[in-house]
Design a binder for this molecule. Structure first.
Ligand code: NDP
Ligand code: F7E
Length: 323
C-alpha cells in the first residue's frame, strides 16, 4: 500500500534518479514533460507506448506497477481530440478515459507511488461558467454538450484523486490545462484541435495554391491557448510545490477569438487566400478563459507568447509532419 505520509513531504527535485512514470510520453503533453524532465537532469524515466502497455487493461497495469514500482507518476495518457472527435465518439471518450485513469490511479496508490499528477482539461467547467473561470466553478452548472462525456471522465479523475487524499492521505493532485498546442500535436484534418487543424489546412492550401480555406463555426468563440512547453514547466512546478485537495487551473490568461486565431495562423504559415466559415460546424463553448491566479500565487507564470509559440510549432510541423 502507498505510504500516505511520504507524499507531500518529499521534494520532487531532490533526487534526479527517482523513478518517474510518464504515461502517454509520445503525445503532445507527455513528450513535452519528458523533454522538460531530461532538461532538468532526471535520469530514470519509465516509458511505455500504448502498444507496449495498454492502460485500459487493469491486469497489465497492475503487473507493470508491481514490477516497476515508480516513485512518481505523471498521467498524460488519455483519449484526446477536438470538438468533432469528442462529439462523434462519446462512448470512446468516456469509457477509455475512465478506464485509463482508474487503473493508473488505483495501481499507483497500491504500489507505493509517492505522488501522482492527473491531467484534466478546462472542459470540466459548466458551459456558461463565470469568466475567468475559478476552480470552484466545478459542478455548478450544465456542461458543454459537444464534450460532456470527456468532461465527466475528467471530473471523475479529479474526484478520485481527492477521494484517495481524503481516505488515505495519499498525495494525488490534479492540473486542469487550457487548450494546448506545440510539437507532437495531432494534425489530423478532422479529429484534431483547432490550432493544428488550421496550421495543416493553411499549409496545404499554400502549397497547392488554393484561393480559400474553410474554417469551422462562426469564428466568434473565445479560447485561451498555452504552449505545451509552458504546461510541462507548470507540471514539474506542481510536482515540487503543490500538494493540495483542490485541482489547479493552468492557463496563459490570454484569450483570442477563433477568427483572430485563424488570421494569426494564416499569417505565420504565409497563406494569402481567404477564409470561408462553415457555420454548419459546432462552435462549442462560447468562452473558456480560466482563472489561473491560484497557481500564479504559488509562483508559476507562463513565458511563451501565442505568436512565438505558433512560429515554433510551424517550424516543427515543417520538419516533422510535412511530406
Ligand atoms: N491537447 C490539449 O489541448 C489538451 C490536453 N489536455 C490533457 O493532457 C493529456 C494529454 O493530452 P495530449 O498529449 O494532447 O494527447 P495525445 O493524444 O497527444 O497523447 C495521448 C497519449 O496517450 C497515450 N494513450 C492513449 N490511450 C492509451 C492507452 N489505452 N494505453 C496507453 N497509452 C495510451 C498515447 O499513446 P501512443 O502515442 O503510444 O498511442 C499518447 O501518448 C490528456 O489528459 C488531456 O486531457 C488537457 C487540456 C488540453
Ligand atoms: C481542449 C478542449 O478541446 C475541445 O474543445 P474546443 O476548445 O471546442 O476544441 P477545438 O480546438 O476542437 O475547437 C475550438 C473552436 O475552433 C473551431 N474550429 C474552427 N475550425 C476548426 C477546425 O478545423 N478543427 C477544429 N477542431 N476546430 C475548429 C471549433 O468549431 C471551435 O469553435 C474539447 O472537445 C476537449 O478536447 C477539450 O478539453
Amino acid at each position: 500500500m502507498g505510504d500516505p505520509s511520504n507524499g507531500s513531504a518529499l521534494s520532487f527535485f531532490s533526487d534526479k534518479s527517482a523513478k518517474i512514470f510518464v504515461a502517454g510520453h509520445r503525445g503532445l503533453v507527455g513528450s513535452a514533460i519528458v523533454r522538460k524532465l531530461h532538461h532538468l537532469g532526471f535520469t530514470n524515466l519509465v516509458l511505455r507506448t500504448h502498444l507496449e502497455l495498454d492502460l485500459t487493461r487493469q491486469n497489465d497495469v497492475e503487473s507493470f506497477f508491481a514490477t516497476e514500482k515508480p516513485r512518481f507518476v505523471i498521467l498524460a495518457a488519455a483519449k484526446v481530440g477536438g470538438i468533432h472527435a469528442n462529439n462523434t465518439y462519446p462512448a470512446d471518450f468516456i469509457s477509455i478515459n475512465l478506464q485509463i485513469q482508474t487503473n493508473v490511479i488505483e495501481s499507483s496508490y497500491r504500489h507505493g507511488v509517492s505522488k501522482l499528477l492527473f491531467l484534466g482539461s478546462s472542459c470540466i467547467y459548466p458551459k456558461f461558467a463565470p469568466q475567468p473561470i475559478p476552480e470552484d466553478a466545478l459542478l455548478t452548472g450544465p456542461l458543454e454538450p459537444t464534450n460532456e462525456w470527456y468532461a465527466v471522465a475528467k471530473i471523475a479523475g479529479i474526484k478520485m484523486c481527492q477521494a484517495y487524499r481524503i481516505q488515505y492521505n495519499w498525495d494525488a493532485i490534479s492540473g486542469m490545462p487550457t487548450n494546448l498546442y506545440g510539437p507532437n500535436d495531432n494534425f489530423h484534418p478532422e479529429n484534431s484541435h483547432v490550432l493544428p487543424a488550421l496550421m495543416r489546412r493553411f499549409h496545404e492550401a499554400k502549397v497547392k495554391g488554393s484561393k480559400e480555406v474553410v474554417v469551422w463555426g462562426t469564428g466568434s468563440p473565445l479560447r485561451e491557448f498555452l504552449h505545451v512547453d509552458d504546461l510541462a514547466d507548470a507540471v514539474v512546478f506542481m510536482m515540487e510545490s503543490y500538494s493540495g485537495l483542490g485541482h489547479m487551473n493552468v492557463g496563459s490568461g490570454k484569450e483570442v477569438s477563433i477568427k483572430e486565431l485563424a488570421e494569426l495562423v494564416k499569417d505565420v504559415v504565409g497563406f494569402e487566400g481567404k477564409l470561408v466559415w462553415d457555420k454548419s460546424k459546432p462552435d462549442g463553448t462560447p468562452r473558456k478563459l480560466m482563472d489561473s491566479s491560484k497557481l500564479a500565487a504559488l509562483g508559476w507564470t507562463p513565458k511563451i507568447s501565442l505568436r512565438d509559440g505558433l512560429i515554433d510549432t510551424y517550424k516543427w510541423y515543417l520538419q516533422n509532419v510535412e511530406q
